[in-house]
Design a protein. Structure first.
Length: 284
């Protein structure tokens, strides 16, 4: 993932891609959380994938995904690393994909995906879902700017709240992490924010229950602002130790900031934080 969906860490795409190319391994980046602001192909990624359910569609009304081959990776350079592309494919009349793709360029990966995997597994968008996705993409550039602008304001505001121990947001990072975010996120720092509530799991549950405008959902990239408390939802079947090993702490909440008016977002977050309870005063 270009941006981690829970802790907002930004991947050093160029460094990872360079290591991969040295060993004949393509870097595939999930850029779902950072459309337009992150441009993985410019830093050496071979393939970029998206969940179009998120920002591309933008309205949480269709399910789909996209695979984009950058056409910049030599799939034949180390054939032992890519046997499915460099050996005869019995699923398609013995075609060797790196040879079949030569007239079109270095696109053996996406050619095989299109001609055999899509055919065999049938993972095709319905016409209506495709229509909804295309409609969403038409306004993507307008929407993400509002998402990113709102998120930056929310992150700065959250830093001031006494109920919150820490805030995770690429724009608030320091040192090497901030330099990485600035290098790879050129149009904004995304719209995902995480924060840790001082009073732990119970505070997280109270915060979620008190929300009125912000919607409780595990999705991201919706025009509506969304919130999730992983410890009691997505990771609830794990033991406390397993949750911690996955980076999920008891009071952690993730926000996916939408495009509502910023005053409305802050008002709802404020009353929910009031319900969650303030940070205990440390004993002298």
């Amino acid at each position: 993932r270009g941006i981690d969906h829970y802790r907002s860490a930004v991947l050093k795409i160029g460094e990872v891609a360079a290591i991969g190319r040295e060993f004949g391994i393509p870097l595939i980046v999930d850029n779902t959380a950072a459309p337009l602001t992150a441009r993985p192909f410019e830093h050496g990624a071979a393939v970029v994938v998206y969940s179009s359910t998120k920002y591309l569609g933008g309205h949480g009304n269709s399910i789909g995904g996209l695979i984009v081959d950058g056409g910049n990776f030599d799939w034949a350079a180390k054939p032992e690393r890519q046997p499915l592309l460099n050996k005869p494919d019995p699923a398609y009349h013995g075609a060797v994909w790196v040879e079949a793709a030569k007239p079109l360029g270095p696109i053996a990966y996406i050619l095989k995906a299109r001609t055999t995997l899509l055919r065999t597994h049938g993972a095709a968008l319905s016409p209506f879902n495709a229509f909804l996705t295309i409609q969403g993409v038409e306004t993507l550039a307008l929407r993400v700017d509002r998402h990113f602008e709102n998120a930056a304001k929310v992150a700065d505001w959250l830093k001031q709240r006494p109920e919150i121990v820490s805030v995770n947001y690429p724009g608030l990072q320091t040192g090497d992490q901030k330099a990485t975010a600035d290098k790879y996120l050129t149009r904004g720092y995304g719209a995902l924010i995480g924060f840790e509530l001082a009073n732990g799991r119970e505070a997280g549950a109270r915060f979620i229950d008190a929300l009125k405008l912000v919607y409780h959902a595990a999705n991201i990239g919706d025009v509506r602002s969304l919130a999730i408390h992983p410890a009691s939802t997505t990771h609830s079947q794990l033991s406390p130790a397993e949750q911690l090993s996955a980076g999920v702490t008891p009071g952690y909440v993730r926000l996916a900031i939408g495009i509502e008016h910023i005053d409305d977002i802050l008002a709802d977050l404020g009353q929910a934080l009031d319900a969650a309870g303030k940070q205990p005063v440390a004993a002298e």
